[in-house]
Write a protein that binds this ligand. Structure first.
Ligand code: ATR
Length: 295
């Protein structure tokens, strides 16, 4: 964002049901300022019944693009003129591009997750095993990314088994070489699956602010030093799950880098500018500082 808004300022933003703590405005406005763009990124908090009107408003007000967050990632797809293939298969979008009077839907969570491992941490996915906790919209994007990168086996543990079953069935058709197994969260084989996993990924909201003492793992589960424990939550920066993993000697990653990488992808889509590696690193660092100052 430039220091002053004028008649030519291009508007982008985020629509969601509860975005008061969203860090997306901070990330995008930092990038817009860095590249001296006459652009501005705004928060649009809306209720469920306002979604159709809000999306119509994007067209009417000529808003260039928005990110879409909980609880609209699935529902907003039906208002798009075109949805990118992977977003269609995942069943959710988190980015809308308004171009030539048409609305295009994308899912940048998928690429954001991949880059947080492959680029940020130089971690390979191919041939590995993963345990994923949760089977909601975020889990669908993460599991899609893991399958695309050639993961060998994924064990999904979820409270509602049917939701995990839907992922298993749908994704098997897209990725027949990836083994997907499903279990109820309390299943006794969780410990065994974790013992043989390379990745343990929490996609549930358990442990996020304000219920920061919750942990998605049942009691008595032991973690080990060979694991990469990944929590999609970024606030707090170190959840109870990540603290437990750290104590066991595991490598830990929170949702900060993924948030930055998906923001960078949306920014590139809207502006045509691909932020350099150093800028991305700086954003991740700034986000980290912000998370701690928010506590
Ligand atoms: P998101 O888009 O962030 O993934 P979501 O689609 O609502 O949000 O999915 C949240 C996930 O966390 C789901 O897998 C949900 O389990 P259910 O499929 O049984 O609903 C899981 N989850 C949420 N609250 C939970 C809780 N208290 N205990 C266990 N799992 C929970």
């Amino acid at each position: 964002m430039k220091t002053e808004i004028n008649g030519e300022t291009v508007i982008m933003g985020i629509i969601g049901g509860n975005i008061k703590k969203s860090l997306s405005p901070f990330l995008h406005n930092t990038l817009m300022k860095h590249y001296s763009l006459n652009d501005c990124y705004l928060p649009f908090q809306i209720s469920v019944d306002q979604l159709p009107a809000a999306i119509k408003g994007l067209r009417a007000l000529n808003i260039k693009g928005v990110n879409v967050t909980v609880p609209f990632k699935e529902k907003s797809m039906e208002f798009m003129d075109k949805v990118e293939d992977s977003a269609l298969k995942i069943g959710a979008i988190n980015t809308i591009m308004h171009k030539d009077k048409l609305l295009y839907g994308y899912n940048m969570d998928c690429i954001g997750f991949k880059k947080s491992l492959l680029e940020e941490k130089d971690i390979e996915i191919k041939g590995k095993n993963a345990v994923v906790l949760g089977a909601g919209g975020a889990a669908r994007a993460i599991i899609y990314a893991l399958c695309q990168e050639g993961i060998k086996e994924i064990s999904i543990f979820n409270r509602t088994l049917e939701k995990a079953g839907k992922i298993e069935k749908e994704y098997h058709a897209f990725f027949p070489y990836c083994i997907i197994r499903i279990f109820a969260i309390g299943d006794r084989c969780l410990q065994d699956k974790i013992n043989h996993a390379d990745f343990l990924i929490n996609t549930t909201p358990l442990g996020s602010y304000p219920d920061i003492d919750l942990n998605p793992l049942p009691e008595n589960i032991l973690l080990n030093q060979h694991l990469i424990a990944y929590d999609l939550i970024y606030f707090p920066a170190k959840t109870s799950f990540l603290r437990q993993a750290k104590k066991a000697g595991a490598k830990i990653i929170n949702g900060g880098p993924m948030l930055v990488y998906q923001a960078v992808e949306s920014f590139y889509l809207w502006t045509g500018i691909k932020p350099e590696k150093e800028i991305v690193r700086e954003l991740i660092h700034k986000l980290h500082e912000k998370e701690f100052s928010n506590k």
